[in-house]
Design a protein around this ligand. Structure first.
Ligand SMILES: [Zn+2]
Ligand SMILES: [Zn+2]
Length: 327
């Protein structure tokens, strides 16, 4: 996240030579740092969003039970639901379809994908899309909801834990995701976000308990819900944190996005984030043959089956690497 190095002008101190040569906490000039801090204070003024903090805390505490509830069925369920909610729900649905409109599909498929993505524990499609469109509009500038310029831990998790009133929440969603906020089914999914998780937890427990007893019921819940949600949450958050700090740049963009291979592996292809910032509407995140992007493989498969169409695979459409306007 290199910006201009500090100078005596921007540091605004009488004798910059008195500063230790390598002790500046950040390369960001102090006036800009102050602006970032003011922006962050504005967002944290209303205090913690306790329901969100409780939700995230509960998932992490529940995941600690994983070593004591292991079964192969639980592991298989975790891998399957992790892929279904992470790759299909978040990467294919919330990100490439809803946020960037990288392809088209039927209304029914949109609702199905909206429900699956909701089960990734990252909030509803409407709110997820609103945050992500704002991220693209202000990438690594003041106003970005989750830039490492606010600190790596802020960009990873703390950015989403601050309270806002119900009217502010609705106004934010309408401002950045008016298309989704106007869809009553998406609104229903937004209002019932937690209930879907409670329902799936109950189903998994019932299936495990009725087929193999209490231990299996607990195993399916701990591995299929708690541990799987922690995995999907952190892997998604790594795109916001690690892929804006570490990796290589293929394209010159105005942000700090990077292509990060290990984030790409963990996130079913989303780690090629510099490619994505350069070409946000493109359905394909991996631009080299070796840039692993299994979410795009599913997009191609669904296209072949006639489930989706008008896939934007526009690497050839613009060689400039310039960011395109969203929407
Ligand atoms: Zn980004
Ligand atoms: Zn994006």
């Amino acid at each position: 996240m290199a910006t201009a190095p500090p100078s005596s002008d921007t540091l605004n101190v009488p004798n910059s030579e008195a500063l230790p040569l390598e002790s500046t906490a950040s390369e960001t000039p102090l006036d800009e740092q102050a602006a970032w801090q003011a922006e962050r204070k504005k967002r944290t003024d209303q205090g913690l969003d306790w329901p969100i903090a409780f939700w995230l805390g509960l998932l992490h505490v529940g995941a600690l039970a994983a070593p004591f509830t292991f079964t192969w069925q639980g592991l298989g369920l975790m891998l399957f639901l992790g892929w279904l909610t992470g790759s299909i729900g978040i990467c294919l649905g919330f990100h490439r379809l809803f946020t960037h409109r990288s392809f088209k599909t039927s209304k029914t498929m949109r609702w199905i994908v909206g429900a699956i993505g909701g089960l990734a524990g990252e909030g509803s499609a409407i709110h997820w899309v609103a945050n992500h469109r704002k991220h693209h509009a202000f990438s690594d500038q003041i106003g970005d909801p989750h830039s490492p310029h606010d600190g790596p831990y802020w960009s990873h998790v703390f950015w989403c834990m601050w309270a806002r009133t119900k009217s502010d929440y609705d106004a934010f969603n309408k401002r950045w995701a008016p298309d989704l906020a106007a869809d009553p089914v998406m609104l229903f999914l937004d209002r019932t976000f937690i209930l879907w998780h409670v329902g799936l937890t109950a189903i998994l427990f019932a299936v495990g308990y009725l087929t193999s007893g209490l231990y299996m019921g607990c195993s399916l819940v701990v591995w299929g819900m708690f541990l799987r949600l922690v995995y999907v949450l952190h892997s998604t958050w790594l795109v916001n944190s690690a892929s804006h700090m570490w990796g290589y740049k293929t394209y010159e963009t105005t942000d700090d996005s990077r292509n990060n291979w290990w984030v790409a592996i963990l996130t079913y292809g989303e780690g090629w984030h510099n490619n994505h910032h350069a070409f946000p509407t493109m359905a394909r995140a991996g631009h080299q043959w070796w840039e692993y992007d299994p979410t795009f493989w599913v997009i191609r498969l669904m296209e072949k089956c006639g489930l989706i169409w008008d896939v934007v695979d526009g690497h050839h459409q613009s060689k400039s690497g310039q960011q395109r306007k969203l929407l």
